[in-house]
Design a protein around this ligand. Structure first.
Ligand code: HEC
Length: 191
């Protein structure tokens, strides 16, 4: 607190009989003022000398973060891969068939809904194990099928479980299966 008396605070000048007291700024205000100076110094150094992102850069970063991610595609180089057959892998594949939303378009029994029946011998885009793996990883975006079904990438091991599960349902002849499109689906036997 300012302990000076009013006489001490009285300033020398006088205008038309009006005198002025030299009151100090309240401490909180002065601290606030010093804080803005310190803040400005940090801001200046960080954004203008240390390479911090300026508004335009921040805008570009946010736009990049918001734009659809380019999904990594599994490169299935080893075309000699064979479908997995062990029960644990197929059970994991069945879970993925639901969690990647495949079942929403191909039906939980794989008989097809919006998407084609996956249990028959008629395919549009090839029926080899690794071809199907590649197809699932890239999806058919013009037809509404996202990469990996819902766009959430899978590791190659998971992709194998998923496609092996699909292959394990071959010939299961599910009730209410979608009809074959003779224009596009051709009989195919995996190599
Ligand atoms: C939003 C709907 C949708 C989802 C989700 C979806 N699919 Fe599809 N899928 C389709 C459609 C539609 C086609 C047919 C593409 C065409 O007409 O060329 C298709 C085609 C396919 C094919 C190729 C069939 C062929 O005859 O060659 C496979 C394999 C396949 N889907 C598997 C899957 C798997 C596995 C998943 C989950 C990871 C999945 N799909 C998720 C709609 C979907």
């Amino acid at each position: 607190m300012d302990k000076r008396s009013e006489d001490d605070k009285l300033m020398d000048h006088e205008y038309d009989g009006i005198r002025e007291l030299d009151n100090h700024m309240p401490r909180w205000w002065v601290l606030g003022f010093y804080f803005t100076i310190a803040f400005a110094a940090v801001y200046l150094v960080y954004y203008h000398f240390a390479g911090g992102p300026l508004s335009v850069k921040e805008y570009e970063m946010e736009m990049a973060a918001a734009s659809p991610k380019k999904v990594e595609q599994v490169q299935v180089a080893d075309t000699k891969l064979k479908p997995l057959t062990d029960a644990a892998a197929l059970a994991a594949g069945e879970k993925l068939f639901v969690s990647q939303t495949c079942s929403a378009c191909h039906n939980a029994n794989l008989g097809g809904l919006v998407g084609p029946n996956l249990t028959d011998e008629y395919w549009m885009h090839g029926c080899d194990y690794t071809t199907v793996m590649a197809n699932v990883s890239k999806g058919f975006t013009q037809k509404g099928m996202m990469p990996y079904g819902n766009g959430k990438p899978l590791a190659e091991a998971e992709l194998q479980q998923l496609v092996s599960y699909v292959f394990s349902k071959k010939g299961s002849n599910p009730a209410g299966a979608k009809a074959i499109d003779p224009e596009r689906e051709k009989k195919c036997t995996p190599k």
